[in-house]
Design a protein around this ligand. Sequence first.
Ligand code: COA
Length: 291
Amino acid sequence: MSPVPFVAPVVESTAAFKDDIFKGKVLFCTGGGSGICRGMTEAVMRHGANAVIIGRKLDRLTQSAKELSEKTGRTCIPAQADVRKPEELKEAVKKTIEKFGKIDFVICGAAGNFLAPISGLSENGFRTVMEIDTIGTYNTIKATIPHVRKTKGAYIHVSATLHYKGSQYQAHVSAAKAGIDALSTVLAVEEGPFGVRSNVIAPGAIAGTEGIARLSNKESRRPFVSPLGRVGEIKDVESATVFLFSDVASFITGQILVVDGGAENTRQSQLPYPQAVLDPESISKMVKGKL
Ligand code: COA
């Protein structure tokens, strides 16, 4: 009989970190209205911080800010901005300073994604993802850095693992995430002497997110396995966030923390290969969204 594989527990960050380690801190989070970045914001607030969440859709941001405040007992406010527009981000920073007086932590998390082969991806489609992910990260850094220097704060950039290998239909996202990784490394080197840290969290497949709903293989329902026996949860990314922003990570900068249960170290492919490349029509039935 085969042994039953281990399944890693999902553990709340409060199991290992004190409730008040971020008391008095202020978080500025792009993409914080939903998904992984909303979870990251909730975790930082759970440990005492107040937060500003930034996104394009004010109604969703307002609702999320209300729920995050109620759940954590801290204050979260929405700031509407498109990360592709530096002026809008500067306004969001101004709003943050007016409300809370400073910025300690920044999460650069706003992102866009869809599946498309290079041969069928329009110039505008490629540019759009580069603008949201990579230039949006640059714009966020530029808008916040004077304030983060003042507090000797820290950045976390949300990247991915798909660009470590050739992930089919993800040229735009792969290029964009590689750019984010590079920006973080340079930021760490340039801003370290000012007391600012910069790290990347690279989640693998995370259950319950829009990204995974769009990218997963509907037909085979093949589960995303990992050596630790399960798919990732937003809580896994939350715990990594709390760790990297905490004082115990004060000597860690310019690093990429992969949160995927070791999945990146296996040889699984997300889509059937090479069938999916040679016959895009066959997988258009399996995935949401046009190819
Ligand atoms: N397949 C191919 N091209 C696509 C596409 C898809 N599924 N979705 C968008 N594009 C292309 C558009 O066709 C357009 O190019 P074109 O002018 O040559 O036709 C270009 O990308 C811009 O699209 P548009 O919808 O106008 O841009 P937007 O700024 O409103 O939104 C995204 C861009 C990426 C945010 C959009 O695809 C989206 O809403 N994605 C879902 C949300 C998301 O990605 N969340 C993050 C999950 S990780």
